[in-house]
Design a protein around this ligand. Structure first.
Ligand code: B12
Length: 248
């Protein structure tokens, strides 16, 4: 049985748009690839280091920040320096067609813009792999998901945290990933903090204490007329004050 195609999905720079990267990572996973997601805010050095450590076939970057003309060449340079320049460097994001063409001419793989079909991305990676390692090295595509489940490339969002045991989850490369990222990648759900866990109990205690406090204060409506009686009728005092002011 041929081994799985290994892909590192990287998010370089300060770009916080991770939806596309997660959609693509989930689609590649569902197409039988082993996917490692770096998480947000990685430097090109961190991405290439992870690519070498994980021994991936493909480095796939998601760039929506506009910095693609710096990031792709930098990752490409570092890949060559690390001796993994023969691996596929591909990706996508907000990248104008002319920039895609320029990067392609410089040796970067095909890039995919908004609205790209994830099926096209899967097909592109598989074709590159078959060209490089031979058709026999290509692992078979997993069977299509049962009816009712989202179909990759149909425009539906594939469930990122599939509980199905027969599916491999996207692995997050950096160890101390935030809880939300772990959850999206199919890991453990986020743990409640001690404070958050104590909150409902606190609210319950406050509700129970509320009637006791009200009883201590006594009925509010009864107190009001007493105070009003003490002050005396408001309308009588007002003309007196006005007359006094006029007299001054
Ligand atoms: C949702 C969104 C946000 C969300 C992001 C939520 C998230 N967690 O991802 C929020 C509200 C946080 C946000 C913030 C900002 N955003 Co915004 N955002 C968008 C929006 C509307 C949609 C992006 C999206 O999720 N699309 C859905 C996904 C599935 O599509 P996708 O990412 O494009 O991915 C597809 C392809 O690009 C490609 N692809 C993407 N990644 C990869 C990776 C690989 C390996 C491969 C093969 C393919 C691939 O394949 C995917 C499938 O088709 C776009 C506009 C647009 N229509 O694209 C603006 C947009 C990206 N944002 C923009 C901007 C400017 C910002 C802000 C700077 C705004 C501000 N001034 O605060 C901030 C930056 C925040 C940050 N820290 O980076 C600009 C970027 C301009 C540019 N780069 O030239 C855009 C284009 C809007 C615009 N027209 O101006 N944004």
């Amino acid at each position: 049985m041929p081994r799985k195609i290994r892909v590192l999905v990287g998010k370089p720079g300060l770009d916080g748009h991770d939806r596309g990267a997660k959609v693509v990572a989930a689609a590649l996973r569902d197409a039988g690839m082993e996917v490692i997601y770096t998480g947000l805010h990685q430097t090109p050095e961190q991405i290439v280091e992870a690519a070498v450590q994980e021994d991936v076939d493909v480095v796939a970057l998601s760039v929506l920040s506009g910095a693609h003309m710096t990031l792709f060449p930098e990752v490409q340079r570092l890949m060559e320096a690390a001796g993994v320049g023969d691996k596929l460097l591909t990706g996508g994001g907000i990248i104008p067609a002319e920039d895609m063409q320029t990067l392609l001419e410089r040796g970067v793989g095909r890039l995919f813009g908004p609205g790209s079909s994830t099926v096209d991305i899967v097909v592109y990676i598989r074709e590159w792999y078959a060209e490089r390692h031979g058709a026999d090295a290509l692992p078979p595509l997993p069977p299509p998901p049962p009816r009712g489940e989202p179909v990759v490339g149909s425009g539906e969002m594939p469930a990122p945290a599939s509980p199905r045991p027969d599916r491999h989850h996207v692995r997050v490369a950096t160890a101390p990933a935030p809880a939300t990222k772990r959850k999206a990648a199919g890991g453990r759900p986020a743990k409640k903090s001690v404070r958050a866990a104590a909150r409902p109990a606190k609210r319950k205690a406050a509700k129970q204490a509320a009637p006791k406090r009200a009883a201590k204060r006594g009925p509010a409506k009864q107190a009001a007329p007493k105070r009003a009686a003490k002050r005396g009728p408001a309308k009588k005092t007002a003309p007196k004050r006005a007359a006094k002011r006029r007299g001054r």
